[in-house]
Design a protein around this ligand. Sequence first.
Ligand code: IMP
Length: 175
Amino acid sequence: MTDKAGLKELLPEEVVKAKIREMALSISKDLEGKSPVFVGILDGAFIFLADLIREITVPVEVDFLRAASYGDGTASSGTIRITKDVETDIENRDVVVVEDIVDTGLTFRSVIDHLRAKSPASITVAVLIDKRERREVEVDIDYVGFVVPRGFLVGYGLDCAGRHRELRGVYEIIK
Ligand code: IMP
């Protein structure tokens, strides 16, 4: 364990890396013969996406989407604004949405609805951390890395007020 001040290590780097290799193996098998577009949800998913696609064995394209949630800053309202849309034409393409963490599910569901409106051939969802603490709406996740019941997590792309994204593992903020 390599705890840092105010943080408790939850998922060490090697554990995350091993899980990503496992996820990439399943995704590659399921998408055999296809050339999917991986869509990373900014900002948090950039590290997960980078590690995931390098373990994928089918040819991939990469694009990004950023969504801002209208809310009071702490609670997700479920109404989103796309501040950066995908630039690839995903009509009739196989899309893999890559997200770091799903919590209430509100933001994520709106993002999926937004992408579905572009008529892709398929949408599959890969999420590193399924945090069920405050789940409000059901979201279909095809590939889940870890299920974490609660806590506020940082590291491996996840931030708290812009900090800690660079940590190699996933940590829980302790008070
Ligand atoms: P939602 O509640 O599922 O709509 O999640 C909204 C967004 O909140 C996620 O995409 C993350 O960016 C962020 N988020 C939720 N839980 C955490 C956490 O534990 N650490 C860092 N970001 C989080």
